[in-house]
Design a protein around this ligand. Sequence first.
Ligand code: FMN
Length: 357
Amino acid sequence: MNVKTTKKRKDEHINYSLKKNVQSFKTAGFEDVEFIHNSVPEVNFDEIDTGIKIFGKNLGYPLIISAITGGTERAKKINSNIARVCDKFGIGMGVGSQRAMIEDPSLIETYNIRENAKNILLIANLGLPQFILGYTEKEAKKAVESIKADVLAVHLNALQEIVQPEGDTNFKGGLKLLRKLKKNVKFPIIAKETGAGISKETAEKLSFLDGIDVGGLGGTSFSAVEYYRIKSSQKEIAGLFWDWGIPTVQSIVETRPYTNVLIATGGIRSGIDMAKSIAIGADCCGIAHPVLKTAEDYKKLETNIENMLLEFKKAMFLTGCESVKELKRVRIVIRGRMKEILGIRGYSKQINEFLMR
Ligand SMILES: Cc1cc2nc3c(=O)[nH]c(=O)nc-3n(C[C@H](O)[C@H](O)[C@H](O)COP(=O)(O)O)c2cc1C
């Protein structure tokens, strides 16, 4: 695929994500995760420490703005606004797939936000299909070094590729290539799903990496995004797979034992969802679509993120937590559909542990 096609696709992803409904109809499962309210929290709100440390960086809050874009003028503006807001609140940022700038190095500047956000955790991004088609550690290093990123996310987008008529549908040998990549580079590598979630079986296979972003079902559906792009009769196939995947809550619980750094992305829509993710096992959260909606208007973006972080801190207050470490130990009720699914998957003991700890 040439640079022009890659750029056109990037713009279409943004346009459809903003103008059409691209959210999954199935939820991420947060409605089945309940905190137990604490009427005597014994906490001073102003003294709550919302900070965490991951990949050697201190974050003011456990939040990363997930990979969205790069490669076009519009993307440059979006990335620059996102970087500014991340710098302001001390949160992390991922850039969108850097395939366009590998194909055309003049596009590096549309991803390169480091000048304006010197200290934030910055995550580079390339897709597993590109490695299967021939990328090696050379391209991986270029993606990380050219934007001074701290970590490389290799995105796993099998669902998106299979529903596209022009998708890259050979995933054979992917794990072996990831292992080789991990051996040949010094920076941390995470695997990042893009909305279809990670199971315990997959998490175990990826446990040699430095982290996993579970990218679960319940937020942006890439099948939905592709549904709008497809003009042929295959459109209906993308529609059928709209809600395919593992909900984020289930993915967090299943992935937890297999990774050092667990990022919860997919349908996180409030600071309460963030707090629930941390309480059931995530180290950090990620959001994409809610950010995209305001990313071209800095003031709106800032208010959007500020509110979400405030909601998170208020949830910590109401559960009596002074630190994120404490939030990881609060009692949680898992009920309804999530209790059923997790029970079937063998996590009844874990559900009990959430309740009794
Ligand atoms: C317009 C758009 C473009 C995206 N592009 C990428 C990408 O290039 N690489 C990637 O790893 N994820 C990409 N994602 C996926 C997000 O990083 C995230 O995993 C997913 O949208 C789920 O989060 P959400 O429900 O908060 O949107 C994109 C998402 C959107 C909405």
